[in-house]
Design a protein around this ligand. Structure first.
Ligand SMILES: [Fe+2]
Length: 450
């Protein structure tokens, strides 16, 4: 993700390599990940794929090209004999934010690029796909082992962009008065079920990635944190609860808001979550499944950190810290730390809902619900480096570390997150006022926020 957007990640040396890879399994995984991107773009016309509806949004075809550029730049340029770029100018056009690699096209203007078109981006993808497969199949064992971390990083990078592609096209389609549907179908109207609380003892705990599974560099080093005893809500806050917040003057009462948040409410004229609109006294919500009356039993989505924080204040609660969230999830048996062979469960993109669903019972032996999937959960933690963090050398060191200011951490994944791309130690991040990410709220209580 990006600068003002969320993460991408780390290093030819910085991230933990997840498993034993060989040429065959790398090639198979490469095809799976690349094929998934194309499947997500398939319902979209070339015109759909060209639009940039605001500076934070990138066109679909840009995502498809940029993830291809990533493999071309960080893998083929390093290892392919006689390497030459597919198109010289693509390096300028599809570099996202890597200063080390030279100048790049202005992000807010990505929607002005009509050429290459979506089909030509497909040609670019096919060319790089064939060259990567050829490279992987012909490398000797030592070279393959050396390059495996960057190939695996490319998989996870592309998965991040699969999620962004969906978030971004949701915003693009929201601007169309014809209310187009991307995919999926809505859930029948339902009411919020009972909110439970999960007590956590706290104490001196360890957080951060461990074990053989993949992680980005920002999830490490693993380190100790002191946690006072606390409680976490066993599910996400719902639309029904958000409607009550609104009815109680939530967006009109300055005392509920941080000063910066109140300025944003006034400046932007916020009166409801992004994608909500009121018609004849009824609130509607734009989703990738179409535009429907707000369903009270679904998790509230597309709220900023400021709104999440104000809602927590109104509720007499608070947001969890990221350490509280991670420790609670791991001790609840929902860590998913060991790579794609032990995937976490939840309403993730591969389920095809493309929207949060009502809370279901927790997995067997666990108490927290909606931990992975549905909505990214705002925490009260600023996005800072863990103690002992050092970005890797070179361009790839720009993946995460340079974005560690003025953003807040979100945890858990969402309904647009690919399966295999969610885990307890995953640190997503967005600026305080961002609302186009699929972000929601889990309340916390007790303890002492760090
Ligand atoms: Fe990227």
């Amino acid at each position: 993700m990006t600068q003002t957007t969320a993460n991408e990640a780390p290093s030819e040396t910085g991230e933990a390599s997840s498993r034993e890879w060989d040429a065959e399994s790398l090639g198979r995984r490469f095809e799976e990940v690349r094929g998934r991107t194309e499947a997500l773009a398939a319902p979209l016309s070339p015109e759909d794929q060209t639009v940039q509806s605001m500076p934070d949004v990138s066109p679909t075809k840009w995502h498809r090209a940029h993830v291809t550029w990533f493999f071309e730049t960080f893998l083929l340029a390093e290892a392919e004999q006689g390497f030459a770029p597919f198109q010289d100018k693509y390096w300028f056009l599809f570099n996202s934010y890597y200063e080390t690699l030279g100048p790049r096209y202005a992000r807010p203007d990505r929607g002005l690029v009509t050429r290459p078109g979506a089909h030509e981006v497909g040609d670019y993808r096919a060319n790089v796909d064939a060259r990567v497969r050829e490279l992987v199949d012909t490398l000797d064992g030592g070279s393959l082992e050396k390059l495996t971390p960057i190939i695996e990083l490319g998989f996870h990078h592309e998965q991040q962009h699969q999620e962004l592609l969906l978030m971004d096209i949701k915003h693009v389609l929201s601007r169309n008065p014809l209310q187009p549907v991307y995919a999926g179908s809505p859930v029948e109207r339902c009411e919020p079920d009972r909110l439970g609380w999960v007590e956590v003892e706290g104490g001196l705990v360890e957080v951060g990635h461990e074990g053989p599974g993949f992680s980005f560099d920002n999830e490490m080093p693993r380190h100790r944190q002191w946690l006072e005893p606390y409680r976490l809500a066993d599910r996400l806050a719902t639309n029904g609860e958000w409607l009550a917040f609104m009815a109680d003057g939530g967006y009109e009462r300055h005392e509920l808001w941080l000063s910066d948040g109140w300025a944003k409410v006034r400046g932007e004229g916020w009166s409801a979550p992004l994608y909500w609109s009121e018609h004849d006294g009824v609130w509607f919500e734009h989703t990738l499944n179409g535009t429907w009356p707000v369903n009270p039993g679904l998790p509230v989505a597309h709220v900023s950190f400021y709104e999440a924080e104000a809602f927590a204040t109104w509720s007499g609660k608070r947001l969890p810290t990221e350490a509280e969230w991670e420790h609670a999830v791991v001790t609840d048996g929902q860590g998913g730390q060991h790579g794609r062979d032990e995937q976490v469960v939840g309403n993730l993109a591969d389920g095809g809902s493309f929207h949060p669903r009502p809370a279901q019972p927790a997995p067997a032996g666990s108490r927290l619900r909606q931990v992975h999937g549905d909505c990214w959960e705002w925490t009260s933690s600023a996005y800072h480096p863990y103690p002992g963090f050092h970005p890797p050398e070179g361009a790839i060191g720009e993946y995460n570390g340079k974005f560690m200011s003025n953003q807040m951490v979100l945890r858990g994944g969402c309904a647009l997150t690919p399966a295999g791309h969610a885990r307890a130690s995953y640190r997503n991040f967005f600026p305080h006022g961002a609302r186009w990410a699929l972000s929601g709220v889990r309340l916390a209580d007790g303890g002492a926020p760090a």
